[in-house]
Design a protein around this ligand. Sequence first.
Ligand SMILES: C[S@@+](CC[C@H](N)C(=O)[O-])C[C@H]1O[C@@H](n2cnc3c(N)ncnc32)[C@H](O)[C@@H]1O
Length: 353
Amino acid sequence: MVQSNSTYRHGTILSADSTAPRSYGRNTGSSSSSTSTSASAPLPITTPERSLLAILKKLAAPTLRTTDFAKNLQEVKAALYDKDYARAFGSEEYRFAYALRWVPSRAVIYRRIFREIGGGRTLQRALMGSAPAAAEAKEKGETVVRKAIMLGGGAGSEVIGLAAFLGEQEEDLWATGKVEILAVDQSDWSSVLKQQEAALLAGYPSLGDRLSVQFQLGNVLDPAATSLIPFSTASVITLLFTISELFLQSRSATLSLLSTITAQSRPGTLLIIVESASLGLIPIGSSGNTYPLGMLLDSALTEDKGRAKEDRAKWEILQEEENKWYRMPTGSEECYPLKLENSRVVSRVLRRI
Ligand SMILES: C[S@@+](CC[C@H](N)C(=O)[O-])C[C@H]1O[C@@H](n2cnc3c(N)ncnc32)[C@H](O)[C@@H]1O
């Protein structure tokens, strides 16, 4: 995990910021975008948000009751402050403490982001299929399995956000489809994910046997590990609050990962990248210079490199944000026993051409 000079991902957000310069040639399709900070006021909590937080509160209860929880949380905070991630995520107790404290706010935000993409219809189609395709599959008695691959998703925020999104859809839309979520992470979050999966299936009865969550341990910057990730089978790939950390670990390996995803993914696959705007300036070498994350992603993914077909951009932008606030809804503080945090994000939602 990374720390910027002024802000810390796990602390209360935020101060200084990145506002990316804009005019560069990109394949924007019919994207919706915003370039300035959207300082919207928090909205009142909705019934589905209340339900989601109720599920997370129930999930948290046994761990919160343990005598060591407060001590573990302090130790995780200290390790994160020291940027010692091996220590922060080095025990089951620490991983559960981290997940209880920082996952719920992000789950609320990611659910909202998933609902905003094409008014929810884009993800609905990508993961549940169109109504005619669903009807056809039902007639043939086929079960269509669609995959969401979540890189750096071990702690489960995006798994929960997506499960909530899917669990709130009308049952008719599902027909005979299923969604398999594969979370890939370099820390072993398998037990945390197992408990989250059980809580989600209990909390969203419509998911029944339609949703499963798997975990794959691996460093996504290591080609040997990425060769085991089935990108070619994915309908949706996410990199949420992880991409800056990857760029800091290795810019070239992160660009290679993006190339691998591009080479292996199918037309129509959605790639969703969201990052805290406080980490939206990526240091370049040791010069002290920085580069806006949005520009880096656009240059890697959505810019034509030449006029020849093979040099054309392989992704179109469906939605982009440089600086958008996601505030916890008013009333949410009564629904979850630990602090919930606002976030300001930079994001890209792309579709493979
Ligand atoms: C800031 S956390 C974000 C977690 C989650 N995506 C969320 O939004 O709550 C970054 C995650 O990326 C994982 N990560 C960092 N570098 C990684 C790498 N090279 N390979 C796989 N996972 C990595 C960390 O273990 C951690 O779970």
